[in-house]
Write a protein that binds this ligand. Structure first.
Ligand SMILES: *Cc1c(COP(=O)(O)O)cnc(C)c1O
Length: 383
């Protein structure tokens, strides 16, 4: 597997004896003695219920990686000066395990989450590890808690790899101690009634999610804590999510914690599916990449990574050229947009009136693959 080693840590590692990665073959498994009761998948609130086990791997600059450990789910004990708590030396990932119609458990393109995690680790000055070894450990963890993968064609097991700097010092510096852990949480259907519920968006340039040279293209915790006030204002304004704008020309970038797609007839009269390019302020979503790859393979309309501004959207709405707008992410796959509140005006996006046809088609295709109704090399089968 590709090793996106942080040059700086490699130089400092010096001694050859340091474990430069942990290995799945070294896994120590301590089974839980008391197992929790499993919840009804339909009544789950996202991220509130956790399984019986977790994976933990310790790292220190002194001795490198320890053996990975699958152990009973438990509270962490951290030094109060731990750098993750003070300076957000932290990152996370989010992916899912699905129980297919054939009862097999699948992961969906987990290699993309592993490589994104490595990119975030470089940005956070956290130590490198072998992506394949982590993926192997995660598969073992899911296997240990396999009964927690819901027996449901709309629920799944959310996997949350987390990597934190635990330097026990208030110095603002690259941590010499780190902890990588993975927890699992069963999650219910995103759209509980089984039908799309579109969201209304609050677009206000007073808050910025990400900027060039920043960390918006990494899944680092600080990006999300600092977005909550904007989310609160969106709710106060009667909207459900934030449409993150950027720059003087009000580029549209992402929605909440999702990537954004516009399906429209563009300025040149071409039918186009467009999403902003990965220029450093966009989180490179796995779902985003899947949608681009699928739509390009279908070859039925133009598929473009391009800048889109509020002005583009307003002009297209006036010209009746907007077909659909939707967010994309692991939680929902796709989430239709119905309205944008911008400069005191409510702009109606006719996604639902157009039957959210493209969004539905994408949702159908990706969930068919995830739940094993369609075979694809985008999934790996566990067990
Ligand atoms: C996680 C995330 C996404 C979606 O990424 P997926 O890999 O598709 O789940 C999009 N935007 C932000 C800001 C995110 O954190």
């Amino acid at each position: 597997m590709k090793d996106c080693r942080n040059g700086c840590s490699a130089a400092e590692a010096g001694s050859q004896e340091l474990a430069e990665t942990f290995k799945a073959e070294d896994l120590v498994i301590t089974p839980a003695t008391v197992l929790k009761e499993k919840p009804d998948p339909d009544s789950l609130v996202f991220g509130t219920v956790f399984t019986d086990h977790m994976l933990e791997v310790q790292w220190s600059a002194e001795s490198g990686w320890e053996k990975p450990h699958i152990k009973p789910f438990e509270t962490l004990s951290l030094h109060p000066a731990a750098s993750a708590l003070h300076y957000a030396v932290q990152l996370f990932e989010g992916l899912k395990a699905f129980r297919g119609v054939d009862n097999k458990i699948r992961l969906f393109r987990p290699d993309l989450n592993m490589s994104r995690m490595c990119r975030s680790a470089v940005r956070a000055t956290l130590p490198m590890f072998d992506q394949g070894e982590l993926l192997e450990c995660i598969q073992r963890l899911v296997l240990v808690d396999q009964e927690w993968v819901p027996y449901s064609p709309s629920a799944s097991l959310y996997i949350r790899p987390t990597f934190v700097g635990i330097e026990p010092s208030l110095g603002v510096k690259k941590p010499t101690k780190a902890l990588l852990y993975v927890i699992l949480s069963p999650v219910g259907p995103y759209f509980s009634s089984g039908t799309f519920k579109p969201v209304s968006l609050w677009a206000n340039p007073k808050y910025v999610r990400a900027w060039e040279g920043g960390t918006g293209d990494c899944k680092m915790g600080g990006n999300y804590g600092s977005s909550l006030l904007a989310q609160c204002e969106a709710l106060e304004s009667g909207c459900q999510q934030v449409l993150w704008l950027y720059g003087k020309d009000h580029q549209i970038t992402e929605v909440g914690t999702m990537n954004l797609f516009l399906y429209w007839t563009n300025e040149d009269g071409e039918e186009e599916l467009a999403t902003p390019p990965l220029d450093g302020i966009i989180l490179p979503g796995v779902t985003r990449q899947c949608i681009l790859e699928l739509a390009r393979k279908w070859g039925e309309f133009k598929v473009t990574e391009r800048y889109l501004t509020m002005e583009h959207v307003q002009a297209a709405l006036e010209g009746g050229r907007v077909k659909e707008m939707f967010g994309s992410g692991t939680a929902c796959v796709v989430c239709p947009v119905s309205d944008i509140l911008f400069q005191g005006q409510k702009l109606h996006i006719p996604t639902m009136e157009n039957g959210s046809r493209l969004a539905s088609r994408i949702l159908g295709k990706l969930t068919d693959i995830q739940y094993g109704r369609e075979e694809s090399d985008w999934t790996i089968i566990i067990s």
